[in-house]
Design a binder for this molecule. Structure first.
Ligand code: BTN
Length: 225
């Protein structure tokens, strides 16, 4: 595996788009990006890396890839009893410790994909985020150790896609912090409210919205309870 290391870079996702089949890691990012056009604080001490994947999955399999990435991180952070918040945040003690940003490169039906992973390890959490975000400082684990575990888990699981998705789906459900909760999901202009009941075979979140079943492939999830 080709790993490109930078002490500082704008965004590892951007760099990883330049070549397929590599991993780009940086000690800090000057323009770290989150989902929905938000920024991702990327001070030194955190783990910021992107895995660039050659075409392998079809567009309709990408929700599975997103969920699979969450499982890979969550299992690597089992020492912290990490849980998954749909679609792919990893929580420790109910607060976000990791975010995943999957981006498609180009417009093919089976596209190259960049999977960006940001994990708060010993980097300080800005005051305004302390209620919702945390780091792994108290666990005394190194970035290198976590990086190796996540990458190892990722490729072990990724090899199973798309055929053995069922196994990963079950694992996601076991690690879920979201299923069973009353949630609000924002997707573009739409807003759904209901009980998160399942992840289905296609990777969609199943919401029971007053008896009406909604299937949602991506969006922003808020816990109402
Ligand atoms: C989120 O909004 O939860 C996703 C955050 C993803 C952050 C990672 S850090 C490495 C990679 N490079 C980026 O610019 N973003 C992702």
């Amino acid at each position: 595996l080709e790993v490109h290391h930078y002490s500082s870079i704008d965004s590892t996702n951007e760099k990883a788009k330049e070549k397929q089949g590599i991993v780009v890691i940086a000690d800090r990012q000057t323009a770290g990006r989150g989902r929905r056009g938000r920024r991702w604080y990327s001070e030194e001490g955190g783990l910021y890396f992107s895995i660039s994947l050659p075409p392998h999955l079809n567009m309709e399999d990408l929700p599975k890839l997103t969920l699979t990435t969450g499982v890979a991180v969550c299992e690597a952070l089992s020492f912290a009893n990490a849980k998954l918040k749909w679609p792919n945040d990893v929580l420790v003690g109910g607060k976000k410790v990791c975010g995943v940003l999957c981006e498609v490169v180009g417009e093919a039906e089976s596209p190259a994909v960049v999977v960006g992973i940001g994990i708060n390890v010993t980097n300080p959490i800005p005051d305004e985020l302390k209620d919702i975000a945390t780091n792994l400082l108290e666990f005394g684990v190194g970035r290198k150790e976590i990086f190796e575990k996540v990458v190892g888990n990722f490729f072990r699981l990724y090899r199973k896609l798309p055929s053995d998705w069922e196994e990963i789906r079950q694992r996601w459900k076991e690690l879920s912090d979201t299923l069973g909760r009353i949630v609000e999901i924002r997707v573009a202009e739409r807003l759904y409210r209901g009980i998160a009941v399942d992840i289905d075979e296609s990777g969609a979140l199943i919401l029971d919205s007053n008896g009406k079943v909604e299937r949602i492939f991506s969006g922003e999830c808020f816990y109402l309870q």
